[in-house]
Design a protein around this ligand. Structure first.
Ligand SMILES: Nc1ncnc2c1ncn2[C@@H]1O[C@H](COP(=O)(O)OP(=O)(O)O)[C@@H](O)[C@H]1O
Ligand SMILES: [Mg+2]
Length: 262
């Protein structure tokens, strides 16, 4: 019998086009007209302070939120349309990992392909093992997520996304709650996966080091508006005081923003 071919299928790198995206929840406008293009195979990092609308933006790319106004297209597919969305192979790496603590790491990765009967048992096992090996997690296959360090949990969340063999990877705060060394490792993994598979990668993060190191281009979002898009070098040279303050917050001990009331 021929061996099952588990080598990665040839990918089509996907481009993203966002046109005047607006989103309101009730009377609160959270996204105020975002427009941008992400090129196929690019790593685009959307930076911004917490509460600026990054996660809401990312959910629109995955079709988990529907725009109040404007368009989100991935390779000419309207991801807000339930019938069209399945044509896009995308995987979202959630901020908190969203792993099941009652399941082993192996079963966390196998869950979706099993439930959706994507492949036979043997193929699922091979794909899961391959994804675990890629993220140096083979020894952790039988552990449950609660037994793992923060960095390992993030790697499991990425491995689980890889089992889907996505053409587009969306990451929500992949380095949050990690120490700087672990955060650097995760940044390297994101860059590596793009090298290896040419997968278009969109990362939302408030991690400046990640953005400036692995971003081909970086967007800066504030209060639902896109202040700038450029290469990391271009962003560093910008004169906009809001961008400077975000990249290098001044700590002013004489005039603190936060004062304890006596
Ligand atoms: N489902 C929702 N309903 C109402 N408000 C929401 C919802 N999701 C997010 N928001 C609000 O949108 C704003 C941006 O949130 P978010 O995208 O999570 O910010 P970030 O990821 O940049 O920290 C916040 O003020 C948040 O409270
Ligand atoms: Mg967020």
């Amino acid at each position: 019998m021929p061996e099952t071919d588990t080598s990665p299928a040839p990918r089509r790198a996907l481009g993203i086009s966002v046109e005047n995206l607006r989103k309101s929840f009730g009377s609160t406008e959270v996204l105020k007209g975002i427009s941008l293009e992400v090129k196929p195979g690019e790593i685009f990092v959307m930076m911004g302070p917490s509460g600026s609308g990054k996660s809401v933006f990312l959910k629109h790319l995955a079709g988990l939120e529907i725009p109040t106004e404007g368009k989100v297209r991935i390779d000419d597919i309207n991801v807000a349309d339930d019938r069209e969305r399945p044509k896009v192979r995308l995987a979202l790496v959630f901020q908190a990992g969203a792993l099941f603590n009652s399941l082993s790491v192996f079963d966390n990765l196998a869950l979706y392909p099993r439930e959706h009967r994507l492949y036979d048992r043997k193929t699922i096992k091979e794909k899961v093992e391959k994804a675990l090996a890629m993220l140096s997690l083979s020894d952790a296959a039988e552990k449950i997520p609660a037994e793992l360090s923060g960095g390992m949990k993030k790697r499991v969340a990425i491995a689980r996304a890889l089992v889907m063999e996505p053409d587009l990877l969306l990451y929500d705060e992949p380095t949050s709650e990690l120490d700087p060394i672990m955060a650097a490792t995760i940044s390297e993994i994101i860059a590596d996966l793009r090298e290896e598979f040419g997968v278009t990668s969109l990362v939302v993060s408030h991690d400046r080091d990640l953005a400036m190191t692995i971003g081909d281009r970086v967007g800066i979002m504030q209060e639902g508006e896109l202040l700038a898009i450029d290469t990391p070098a271009g962003i560093r040279q910008m004169d906009d005081p809001r961008i400077k303050e975000f990249l290098n917050p001044a700590i002013d001990l004489k005039n603190p923003r936060f004062k304890r009331s006596a």
